[in-house]
Design a protein around this ligand. Structure first.
Ligand SMILES: [Zn+2]
Length: 335
């Protein structure tokens, strides 16, 4: 019999995207409330459109395509953002006992290219978060994502907004998007150093998506740790194959936000057996890890199921898994 892990213990999700975690029926309702013209004949077709079929998913770009084409568009209004944030926090608490959550999103991808006011979008997200926290007694914070495909000025604007709203519940910044080829990594990462330093100076937590595609094999992790020194790294799984990256992660005590199902779907990790090798390497080398969802509905999972997947496959022992659970609370940007 499979017991849920950890039994009756509260969980903390540090890596979960607004655009990947709203239930399809809620997205459907939001789309209709805004009078969206949808290219589907019924709800079921809509559900298929905004979730990933693991059998046909070819990689990270397939994931991002769904986000850009539909979920971000449907969520691009203050009312839609408020409801999305509110629904996610409540659902993760009810479904997985997630008592602490850091929800991330890119506000510039929710304002219809400047047609909606950015402050309205951020206030709406904070309102949704406040309502959910009050109702469920959970702790939550928002992380604002920068995008690799944005120009420097646009990303700097997001950082300034994160700093402006720090006292209201924005707890950190992130950088998301597909990493370009290995040679460019060092160069492209450098441009974010000043922005991340500014955020850190202002008391915000810092995390960066890197090492989540087979193409980079740890090079991105090295560039990021060397030049940006974030508190945490989103994914970073490919670093397990790079000796130098492993040394740097352990030395700098940078925590990895591991998202198992997401990495299996995007083929960053080929199988659960490979995950076993990767997580085993991190533990052996003293690289701190946490378990997260990335996107509950896009990946068809929840945090309890992610823990169960790792436990049942034997990728981590019960003690190691418990350590990862506690670690998430310790390295949270909240408080
Ligand atoms: Zn992510």
């Amino acid at each position: 019999m499979n017991l849920p892990h950890p039994p009756n213990l509260p969980l903390c999700d540090l890596h979960i995207h607004l655009g990947a975690s709203v239930a399809p029926h809620v997205m459907w309702s939001i789309a209709h409330a805004q009078g969206f013209k949808l290219p589907v004949k019924d709800y079921w077709e809509f559900k298929r459109m905004i979730t990933v079929d693991p059998n046909s998913c070819r990689g990270l770009d397939d994931y991002l395509k769904i986000l850009h084409e539909w979920t971000e568009r449907i969520q691009s209004s203050p009312a839609a953002v408020e409801r999305s944030v509110y629904e996610i926090i409540g659902k993760e608490y009810r479904g997985s006992r997630v008592e602490q959550i850091e929800l991330r999103f890119n506000p510039m991808k929710r304002n219809q290219r400047g047609r909606r006011d950015l402050d309205h979008i951020i206030h709406a997200a904070l309102r949704g978060m406040d309502r959910a926290c009050l109702e469920y007694g959970v702790k939550a914070g928002l992380i604002l994502c920068l995008a690799r495909e944005f120009d420097a000025e646009t990303n700097a604007k997001i950082v300034r907004k994160a700093i402006q709203y720090r006292s209201r519940g924005i707890v950190g910044i992130d950088l998301a998007g597909t990493e370009s080829n290995t040679i460019e990594l060092g160069e492209s990462v450098g441009q974010y150093a000043a922005m991340f330093a500014m955020a850190r100076e202002a008391g915000l937590g810092t995390t960066i998506h890197t090492g989540e595609t087979q193409a980079t094999n740890g090079e991105g992790v090295i560039a990021v740790v060397e030049r940006i020194k974030p508190d945490r790294i989103g994914h970073g799984v490919r670093a397990a194959y790079n000796e130098r990256a492993m040394e740097m992660l352990a030395e700098s005590n940078t925590t990895l936000e591991i998202c198992p199902t997401s990495n299996l779907h995007t083929r960053a990790v080929a199988s659960i057996d490979e995950f076993k090798v990767i997580l085993g390497t991190f533990v052996d080398r003293g690289v701190p890890i946490t378990i997260n969802t990335d996107g509950t509905y896009l990946c068809d999972t929840n945090l309890e199921r992610e823990f169960a997947l790792i436990r049942d496959s034997g990728a981590l022992s019960s003690d190691q898994l418990e350590r990862a659970r506690q670690r998430a609370f310790e390295v949270s940007f909240l408080d």
